[in-house]
Design a protein around this ligand. Structure first.
Ligand code: GDP
Length: 435
């Protein structure tokens, strides 16, 4: 396999923050194009290069490789102010994206009233646990045919009229309590902010199709993860886009046959930000230790993440949903030094039956108790290990059981945040790309 003949998707298999950024960064060096296809600035990747930590929210992670062309697909929603800041931050660190960035003219724009609506809802009694950045309302407006697309920014005269459609609705909903800026200000700000981006707007589907047809390699960079997918996640505690495999096709306009491989990414344990079901959650000192050692605090919001043992039930569901060819298992080093490590291998329902299906309804999740299998922990550190033979036997045993449970082979093991910390096991489909 050469990068020139293989298109690869990198998708999260849990509730996000799996460490996809590191893998996208590692792999993007071998790809000619990297594209984002869904999500907004609620997603965040952290990439560590030469000890420098760089957080990316909307710019594809291939930004750090000068040879990579970056595409923001039509399924993405963009906050222009944040996007411009991100570009500036990259530029100030020596990563200039000039000439290698294309934004789909069909991607939607997040507007101030989307953010106001999101925050108004999260301030009420029923919280989804969103980041409050307007992503959900931007997708709602898209579905309601009231959204603003990047291509609309090329027609500033019609902007106010288009924005008004959604703006008036939000104003009615929020009533007198809202401090929404006037429509004229929103429009003027948008016109101003869009100026530096106008030359970057174009037909991303056409670009990607030609790249594919021309034999160029494409890396599809997932944001968030399968259990946050609006259809296949823990609804309603999900994000407002399809962050599993389906979103890749709708969010780029490429057909399924343009994709050759799927790499699913999971931590060696489980985390979740915000509300919603998490059967593996540990509310004790073990959970706290995972949080502290794993630095489990949100890249985007700084919120502490909920932590627990690896949940094989949700991860197998995610592997099946995405058709994962292999697993990238991240942050094994965080589990070093535990006397015992656990793995959720089934769910006990309210009636006492044990199963491995995910319930559809939030109230069914409430009744679920995890069935935890315990494994002997390992004392020797795994941090920085780059060869399978150096792994403690107990860690090897744990990883083999994990792959068995999720019915997917290991394609990469990460043993630290740096690019150099980890390895590709023999026989992995990633071998030709990363060895
Ligand atoms: P993403 O959104 O899936 O890319 O995940 P995040 O960026 O939120 O979280 C990944 C965090 O874990 C980043 O701070 C990475 O530097 C770090 N990280 C990635 N892989 C490893 C690993 O194997 N071990 C440790 N200790 N940290 C890692």
């Amino acid at each position: 396999m050469t990068a020139g003949s293989t298109n690869l998707a990198i998708l999260g298999l849990q509730w996000g923050d799996e460490g996809k950024g590191k893998l996208v960064d590692l792999l993007s060096a071998r790809f000619q194009n990297v594209t984002r296809f869904q999500g907004g600035n609620n997603a965040g990747h952290t990439v560590v290069v030469n000890g420098q930590s760089i957080a990316l929210h909307q710019v594809p992670s291939g930004a750090l490789h000068p040879g990579c062309f970056l595409v923001v697909g039509s399924g993405v929603v963009l906050n222009l102010e944040v996007f411009l800041k991100e570009l500036e931050n990259l530029r100030s660190r020596g990563f200039d994206l000039g000439g290698r960035l294309l934004i789909s003219d069909r991607a939607h724009v997040i507007l101030p009233h989307h953010i106001a609506l999101d925050q108004w809802r999260e301030g009420g009694s029923v919280k989804i646990g969103t980041t409050g950045r307007g992503i959900g309302p931007a997708y709602e407006m898209k579905a309601a045919r009231k959204g603003i697309r990047m291509g609309d920014l090329l027609h500033p005269k019609t902007l106010a009229e288009r924005i008004q459609l959604g703006y008036e609705e939000v104003k009615i909903l929020l009533g007198g309590s809202s401090a929404l800026p006037p429509l004229e200000t929103i429009t003027a700000d948008l016109v101003r902010l869009s100026q530096p981006l106008l030359p970057l707007i174009g037909n991303a589907q056409e670009y990607l199709w030609k790249a594919w047809q021309g034999g160029e390699s494409i890396l599809f960079e997932g944001a968030q993860a399968t259990l946050l997918d609006i259809d296949h996640g823990t609804y309603p505690y999900v994000t407002s886009s399809n962050c599993s495999i389906g979103g890749l096709f709708t969010g780029t306009g490429l057909p399924p046959k343009a994709l050759d491989h799927v790499l699913g990414v999971a931590k060696a344990y489980t985390t979740r930000v915000g509300s919603g079901p998490m059967p593996s959650e540990l509310l004790d000192a073990t959970g706290e230790r995972l949080r502290q050692v794993g630095r489990e605090f949100g890249t985007t919001t700084g919120r502490p993440r909920r932590c627990g043992w690896f949940d094989a039930v949700i991860t197998r569901h995610a592997c099946r949903t995405n058709g994962a060819d292999g697993l990238g298992i991240m942050k094994l080093d965080v589990m070093d030094g535990f006397a015992e490590v656990g793995m959720v291998v089934g769910y006990r329902d309210g009636a006492g039956g044990v199963g491995t299906q995910l319930p559809a309804c939030a109230s069914d999740w409430d009744e679920i108790q995890p069935v935890v299998k315990l494994f002997k922990g390992w004392t020797a550190p795994t941090r920085g290990i780059t060869d399978a033979k150096d792994l403690p036997a107990e860690a090897r045993h744990y990883l083999a059981a994990l792959c068995d449970e999720v019915e997917t082979p290991m394609a990469y093991l990460s043993t630290g945040p740096d690019r150099a910390e980890g390895y590709v096991p023999a026989g992995s489909f990633l071998e030709p790309l990363l060895k």
